[in-house]
Ligand binder design. Structure first.
Ligand code: GTP
Ligand code: MG
Length: 195
């Protein structure tokens, strides 16, 4: 999709605040600092539309981005940031599970992991949650520019194996710096948002 018009429609914490346009939605989940906002910016060709930060744990709401008045990208706050209290974690857990389990417009979830390392326990739990709710999953291994070309196949296998990906799950390696994988991610999003 050629994206010219993007608009942050709303930052929501509860269902009554979710937008009502009815467009298909694609959500982006992953550890804080894994590169969710950078992936969104890469997909829409903006440098810093979705807020990126070197300060993890910044995004605390579900941010709905209107893409060409055709779909919403939903930037979900990251998990796994050590300095977040248990109470905040529980609140995050309820917010994300409410959204994932009940949102009719949700067509698929892009689940990001850092391609430089094996996925963490929390990454595995996120995939299990997505499988539990029968949501279509695209795993994106981020920051692949930091992995030598000769090691990329290995990163791919480690992610696939650690997350125990299923036949329907897809996996793409991505770089926000050189845009490796961008077309593959868009293809998946377009396919899912039409289904
Ligand atoms: P939270 O909103 O805090 O959960 O973080 P996030 O997942 O949105 O991560 P964000 O996009 O803000 O990126 C975090 C840091 O990683 C920033 O310093 C980015 O510049 C960097 N980063 C993101 N993607 C890539 C990538 O593909 N390659 C490299 N080298 N750095 C990246
Ligand atoms: Mg972010």
């Amino acid at each position: 999709m050629q994206v010219h018009n993007v608009d942050l429609t709303i930052s929501a914490v509860s269902p009554s605040q979710y937008p009502s346009q009815g467009y298909p939605e694609i959500a982006f989940v992953g550890r804080s600092n894994v590169g969710k906002s950078s992936l969104i910016n890469g997909l829409i060709n903006r440098k810093s539309y979705a807020r990126t930060s070197s300060q993890p744990g910044k995004t605390q709401t579900l941010n709905f981005y209107d893409i060409e008045s055709q779909l919403f990208f939903v930037d979900v706050p990251g998990y796994g940031y050590a300095k977040v209290s248990q109470k905040e974690r529980d609140k995050w857990g309820r917010m994300i599970e409410t959204y994932l389990s009940s949102r009719e417009q949700l067509r698929g979830v892009v689940s990001l992991v850092d391609a430089r390392h094996a996925p963490t326990k929390l990454d595995v739990q996120m995939i299990e949650l997505l499988h539990f709710y029968h949501l279509p999953v695209l795993v994106v291994g981020t920051k692949i520019d930091k992995v030598k070309k000769s090691k990329r196949n290995q990163s791919f296998s480690v992610i696939k194996k650690t997350l125990q990906l299923q036949a329907d799950d897809e996996l793409v390696l991505f770089s926000a710096l050189d845009k490796t994988g961008k077309d593959q991610v868009w293809n998946w999003i377009e396919k899912k948002s039409k289904s």
